[in-house]
Design a protein. Structure first.
Lengths: 291, 338
């Protein structure tokens, strides 16, 4: 599914994923304007992760959203759903036009995703700390039923403050849920400031390793590195669960938002909106050394 | 049975009967709810691959051990981690399973209230949250282990069915009927020693009350552990010339509105009885129904535990103190009819 490094197919895949990450950011800006507010920055940090997962890694059939052997994806940081909805539409779970009423009264699409209303959402989320326990249950189900699927769960770094995360981490290690993959979007910020100033989360890898997980660390905006990591990720039913710490930048791709806690939820208006569109159309530029 | 044995057996300690399956008084264990739970689920699982069981280090208290022995690959002990247990059960449910997640009612319903709402009820996951040793049945263990608010908390969650099991046969009926019931469900169990009300497994429909005794002067709506005392109280009252209808209101949410309104038409007084606070339990649900359902005026009282934290003590002493035993219920009924 993931082309080997150095092949033309790999280059084509990277070009496509880069374009899709740009699409995710642009759609996040568009949908936020419809709603009058949005979690821009939490979506921007995860844009490359969403792109890699949905266009290269996850096994699913968008025409059959409840396909029993699909890989599960739990967006535990549910506030980034604004970046996931456009992907689900783009890969065919529903018509893109239904997003035009995003968050309007009666829309299936709220700030946090609802599995009852949205094809492709494997579990509702929004209350931080729950998703990894959901994923543990999905992995239990895969084991009981002897199904081949994997379960992926995306967590926020601030979400690691939640105690229930560690109940799930412990259970996954104890039961050796080797087909469970947790991805921490380590974007360094939570609402009140830098995550580690508010409440420490590092060393994340050591913490999970102590619960029996195999851990990996990667630049979460480096698509080539992400494809390398996912293509080599162990998939052993009774092996250790897999943790990926993806180092990202909250707000990545919009200079005024990068590492800026004031933009956890915001609303772009006027010239700011136009400038952001232009900036994002140009694609990611290198992070400034000062950031 | 001494009160010390009574309190020790909750954790499976000091009670050889838990190992050899003989009851203290020699009665048939099939009539004892504590011995029914795990076995009935194991029986269901024999024929239904969807049935799985989770607990939080209380398999010896709720006898999920009986399930684990027969279906070890479908049993998950989550350790002392109740929130993770409820949410993981919801994850399993999303993959087609019907998980029964059991722990003390004080923890399942109160500690995990948000997990029940957000992960089970709201996404309509068929998780069966089992809260055992509810009410004041944990006696001397104190307020941390009492659950006198669980019905009140959970009946306010939309789309959550709240059911109280009455005795061993009723519990069997609840478990059997629960497997194919849509959405999430809270199953409230008593202390596991609740005396027999149903000599055989009853026909059971969730949301449909069971009328156990006819009467014309008074209707007693009881649920769970209070159904048996209510029936005994009705017998006491009958000797005094008072004719009491007794209804097992096993499903508190959704409530059997028709049965409540029928009671208001047929009898001149209504008494609700529950091992729960009276702030927001069965009594409150019945009162709301009477007021808003256009029922004729009746004398009404809701009986349970007042708005307070109860003292520690042996359960039997607590039931007597709060007039939740048969003679206490009869006294309250007389006061209502006076």
């Amino acid at each position: 599914m993931i082309p080997p490094t150095g092949t033309p197919e790999r280059a084509a895949a990277l070009e496509r994923l880069t374009d899709r990450a740009k699409f995710i950011r642009l759609e996040t800006v568009r949908l936020s304007r419809i709603a009058g507010a949005g979690h821009y920055t939490s979506s921007f940090s995860a844009a490359e992760l969403f792109a890699a997962l949905y266009y290269s890694v996850l096994k699913y059939q968008s025409a059959e959203p409840r396909w029993a052997d699909r890989d599960r994806f739990v967006l535990s940081k549910g506030h980034a759903a604004i970046g996931l909805y456009p992907v689900l539409a783009d890969v065919g779970f529903f018509a893109p036009s239904v997003l035009d009423d995003y968050t309007r009264l009666g829309s299936p699409f709220g700030d946090h995703p609802d599995m009852k209303k949205i094809p492709g959402i494997d579990f509702s989320s929004g209350s931080l700390g729950h998703g990894l326990s959901i994923a543990v249950g999905m992995a239990f189900a895969g084991r009981v039923g002897d199904r081949p699927y994997r379960t992926f769960c995306m967590l926020g770094d601030g979400e690691l403050h939640e105690g229930q995360i560690w109940e799930a981490a412990n259970a996954a290690g104890h039961y050796r849920l080797g087909r469970l993959v947790a991805i921490v979007d380590r974007n360094k910020l939570c609402i009140d400031g830098f995550t580690d100033d508010v409440m420490s989360v590092e060393p994340i890898e050591d913490r999970f390793a102590a619960f029996g997980w195999q851990t990996h660390r990667v630049d979460g905006h480096d698509l080539d590195a992400l494809l390398d990591l996912f293509s080599g990720l162990p998939d052993k039913p009774d092996g250790p669960p897999q943790l990926i710490v993806a180092d990202t930048v909250k707000g990545r791709g919009v200079q005024l938002m990068e590492y800026n806690p004031d933009w956890h939820v915001g609303n772009l208006v006027g010239a700011d909106y136009d400038n952001v569109i232009v900036e994002q159309q140009a694609g990611l530029r290198p992070l400034e050394a000062t950031k | 049975m001494t009160e010390t044995q009574d309190q020790a057996e909750i954790f499976g300690g000091g009670a050889t009967e838990l190992r050899d399956k003989r009851s203290f008084d020699g009665s048939d264990v099939s009539s004892i709810p504590a011995f029914v739970f795990g076995e009935e689920l194991a029986d269901l699982a024999d024929n239904d691959p969807r049935v799985v069981v989770l607990t939080a280090d209380l398999a010896s208290a709720n006898r999920a051990t009986d399930f684990a022995e027969r279906h070890p690959d479908r049993f998950f002990n989550m350790g002392i981690a109740e929130k993770g247990m409820i949410t993981s059960a919801a994850g399993m449910a999303s993959c087609g399973y019907v998980p029964f997640a059991a722990t003390f009612a004080s923890f399942s319903a109160l500690l995990c209230a948000e997990q029940i709402r957000t992960d089970c009820a709201y996404p309509r996951m068929p998780v069966r949250i089992v809260g055992h040793h509810s009410g004041m049945s944990m006696g001397f263990y104190g307020t941390s282990h009492h659950a006198l608010e669980d019905i009140g908390v959970l009946r306010t969650f939309a789309e959550l069915t709240v059911v109280c099991a009455t005795d061993a046969n009723h519990l069997r009926a609840v478990l059997r009927a629960s497997v194919d019931h849509p959405g999430a469900m809270y199953i409230r169990l008593g202390r596991g020693r609740d005396p027999e009300v149903y000599p055989t497994v009853p026909e059971l429909t969730f949301g449909k009350a069971i009328r156990l005794r006819e009467g014309v002067d008074l209707t007693i709506f009881a649920t769970g552990s209070e159904v048996h005392p209510a029936l005994e109280a009705a017998a006491i009252l009958a000797d005094e010339g008072v004719s009491a209808r007794v209804v097992d209101m096993h499903t508190v949410a959704p409530l059997d509105v028709d049965e409540v309104l029928a009671a208001a038409r047929d009898t001149s007084a209504i008494l609700t009885v529950e091992e729960h606070n009276v702030t927001n339990g069965l009594g409150t649900a019945v009162a709301e129904t009477l007021l808003m359902g256009g029922a004729p005026a009746v004398r009404f009282a809701k009986h349970g535990v007042p708005d307070e934290y109860i003292p520690v003590g042996p359960p039997a002493a607590l039931y007597a103190k709060y007039r939740l035993d048969a003679s206490g219920v009869a006294i309250v009924a007389r006061e209502l009819l006076r």
